[in-house]
Design a protein around this ligand. Sequence first.
Ligand SMILES: NC(=O)c1ccc[n+]([C@@H]2O[C@H](COP(=O)([O-])OP(=O)(O)OC[C@H]3O[C@@H](n4cnc5c(N)ncnc54)[C@H](O)[C@@H]3O)[C@@H](O)[C@H]2O)c1
Length: 281
Amino acid sequence: MNKIAVLGAGKMGAGIAQVAAQAGFKVIMRDLQMPLVEDGLKTIDLNLERLIKSGELKPEKKSEILSLIYGTVDLSDLKDADLVIEAVVENMAVKKQIFAELDNICPPHTILATNTSTLSITEIATSTQRHDQVIGIHFFNPVPCIKLVELVRGMETSDDTVKKTQGFIERIGKEHVLLNRESPGFIVNRILLPYINEAVWLYGEGIDKETIDQAMILGANMPIGPLKLADIIGLDTLYSIMLVFYNEFRDTKYRPHTCLSTMVRAGYYGRKSGQGFYNYE
Ligand SMILES: NC(=O)c1ccc[n+]([C@@H]2O[C@H](COP(=O)([O-])OP(=O)(O)OC[C@H]3O[C@@H](n4cnc5c(N)ncnc54)[C@H](O)[C@@H]3O)[C@@H](O)[C@H]2O)c1
């Protein structure tokens, strides 16, 4: 495996392109418009500067890493990629359309991976003629810092695809867990988000946010309280993932509290909007 392509130059796409280039892969990073590609390249540049300042990267390495990343808006530039990692919006219709296009453009050996957090790998694979070469590679935010990657098989993902993808994950220096069957939210989000949701329920019952967060920090040794973490993840993201669990399992234990839906409707998305459970302005 030599050439990696990343679709989407946003939060996740730029991070994935960076770690792949740092491992010596040639990377093509594609977004819809050139300013978005340039934003992604700027983010990578800043991240590398930070690594230089902290002594984790030799200054002379920076230009070498950046020269491995080719930014483009042209989908046909992906035609000789060995592995494509899709990191565009979390929308099944968009992802299926992209996978159908990739299936036409890429050579038969190319593995098509998705960084989806919640959507079905199996369903995404149905938009291609290579169900066995579609896999979930779920990175965590921020990609350069978080060690874990969840590798997720769709129903028809082959052993060969898993093996080659594991090789890639090892080369970029990440640890992985392999899910042999897909399940909504995989492992980390499946456990983490209902935990946060329970904290939202307590808040909805009238316990104040500081008390809930302090209890979990001091009593359960959590590095951060659940409501502060909800603000970092984004209340809109938390809400939409809880709805995926709720709809998929038809189990009321996953239902989001109405105070969460109300906050989302009010535009209280957490840190990114300046207001969530806490105020950031
Ligand atoms: N943000 C997280 O914490 C996180 C963590 C793990 C997984 N994910 C998943 O990663 C994916 C991307 O999330 P993100 O937070 O980076 O989103 P983002 O909004 O930061 O970036 C998405 C980018 O994709 C681009 N895009 C849309 N359609 C495209 C297309 N057809 N071709 C190329 N680019 C296209 C957009 O212009 C945007 O720049 C989603 O599926 C999300 O669920 C996100």
